[in-house]
Design a protein around this ligand. Structure first.
Ligand code: SF4
Length: 495
């Protein structure tokens, strides 16, 4: 399949082989037989929330809701900073998360008397001990969203990147590959990324159903980098939100904005915020335990067009359409083996709601009128939605239904899809890997995804100095036109 999209002289799975020897799969393999997985792998599980989120309970039996898992801290101190959790119906709290193999780590690592750990609100461990813990504790082992051996090789996703990264050690060997070879490498990495994301969708669909898994992915994509988690939480609340009848798109705006905690507390008389508030107040008491605290959202530094209020208005338009997931399915059913060069436009037509009423000319509930009416979903965002949500979800469905032809059609679309929005993470990894050089080959979302996957598999396992990173050596020893320069074949992980 992939060979159709990349150079024909390239073995179809060399990146998969590299990955099997490195990164997350290697970290997982390194654990002692029968023993707990390495701590680094537990951090991955937490970062990507590969747990059954509805069933989380602290070791003393209290319901735990993760409103934000926090930002991965690669420096000294707790493993995740700035997380937000809620225990039972108490006020949500913000703080740090420390991850250890066992509860005993809290004492034996000296965290309990280290001021750096004073803000830790949750201790996440693989196997909790029977003795009462010193702070709220979550045991991961029994709560993974799929069995550990299945999850091991496929866990993955975008990582957080510190902004000060500079050109990496791999930039030089990559420069010695020709454009076709560079493109082949990145597209193979993109193929791995598609499967990682598809795997997560399939795991979630087993628990929540295919449509709910799609909703969660779509909402999360609307949250961009900083508000992905509260948006995911809103999607998780959809079954509850649907428990009270609501018919209009405006009614859904009121419901979702009310649940988000982002409706202004005292809207001006006659404003649109007031109108939504009047729709929301009747349901507020019933839904009160689920309302997110405004602090769950990050609003500083968010571009006005990406403000969560506007993104929630878009999500409300989707939810108000009783057949939105069906639109995605219908669009895909119309794709043939001959990839439609305008598939992105036809998807846009299928799923982009019109910006109507208030949202035609406002980015937020309190912003001034806009001179023009921007679309609710731009082309770049749609490309990200396609690459991160819709195509992986369709691939997972095709795979679960054992329909190789449908899987191939998804891949054809994926490798031809136009590029998404540029962002800091992409700029950074491009600078690290390629320096000033342009992306090899035809610009596509898959090339962007390939870059992000290399960053995730290699950059994120080492430090800013590329210490012990094997990627440069792998690239240097690889020359697809010279037999014998391939890495030794190793069994690839089976999805
Ligand atoms: S960590 Fe590895 S893959 Fe990342 S820039 Fe450095 S050498 Fe390249």
């Amino acid at each position: 399949m992939l060979a159709r999209h990349v150079s024909t002289c390239v073995p179809h799975d060399f990146y998969l082989q590299w990955r099997a020897q490195e990164g997350a799969p290697a970290a997982f393999r390194d654990s002692a037989p029968g023993g707990p997985p390495p701590e680094r792998w537990l951090q991955e599980v937490w970062a990507h929330q590969r747990v059954r989120r509805e069933e989380l309970k602290t070791t003393d039996g209290r319901r735990l809701t993760v409103l934000h898992p926090g930002l991965w801290n690669h420096e000294a101190g707790p493993d995740f900073r700035g997380a937000m959790i809620q225990i039972d119906d108490q006020e949500p709290v913000t703080g740090d998360i420390e991850i250890d193999l066992t509860s005993a780590g809290w004492k034996s690592h000296g965290h309990f008397q280290n001021p750096e750990y004073a803000q830790v609100v949750l201790h996440v461990v693989w196997e909790p001990s029977a003795t009462p813990p010193l702070l709220p504790t979550l045991g991961l082992q029994a709560l993974l969203d799929e069995p550990v051996q299945e999850l091991g090789p496929w866990i993955g996703g975008p990582a957080e990147f510190p902004a000060e990264w500079l050109s990496g050690h791999c930039a030089s060997p990559l420069r010695h590959l020709d454009t076709a070879q560079q493109e082949a490498l990145l597209l193979q990495a993109a193929a791995v990324r598609l499967r990682c994301k598809a795997h997560a969708f399939r795991a979630r669909a087993r628990v929540a159903g295919w449509h709910q898994a799609l909703w969660e992915g779509a909402f999360r994509a609307l949250g961009y980098k900083h508000n992905a988690w509260p948006m995911q939480r809103l999607a998780e609340l959809l079954p509850v939100a649907r428990g009270i009848a609501v018919e209009s798109r405006e009614g859904w705006e009121a419901r979702l904005l009310g649940l988000s905690g982002l409706l202004p507390a005292e809207p001006q008389a006659g404003s649109y915020g007031r109108r939504l508030w009047d729709l929301w107040w009747r349901d507020r008491d019933t839904l009160r335990p689920h309302i997110l605290p405004p602090l769950a959202w990050r609003l500083n530094g968010v571009r006005p067009a990406n403000h969560p209020q506007r993104r929630i208005a878009l999500a409300a338009a989707w939810v108000a359409d009783p057949d939105w997931p069906g639109r995605v399915e219908t669009w895909f059913a119309q794709q043939t083996d001959d990839p439609d060069p305008n598939a992105d436009e036809s998807l846009t037509e299928s799923i982009r709601p019109e910006a109507v009423g208030f949202w035609r000319r406002h980015y937020t509930l309190t912003a001034r009128d806009l001179p023009e009416a921007p679309p609710l979903l731009g082309a770049g965002r749609l490309a990200d939605l396609a690459a991160n949500v819709i195509l992986p979800w369709l691939w997972a469905r095709a795979d679960a239904g054992t329909d190789p032809a449908a899987r191939q059609r998804v891949e054809q679309l994926y490798f031809r899809w136009p590029p998404g929005e540029d962002n800091t993470a992409l700029k950074l990894v491009r600078a690290r890997l390629l320096g000033e050089a342009p992306l090899p080959g035809r610009r596509s979302v898959a090339l962007q995804q390939g870059l992000l996957q290399v960053a995730r598999d290699f950059c994120s396992t080492t430090n800013l100095l590329c210490e012990n990173c094997r990627f440069p050596a792998l690239v240097a020893q690889w020359n697809p036109s010279v037999p014998g320069t391939w890495p030794e074949p190793t069994p690839a992980p089976t999805p």
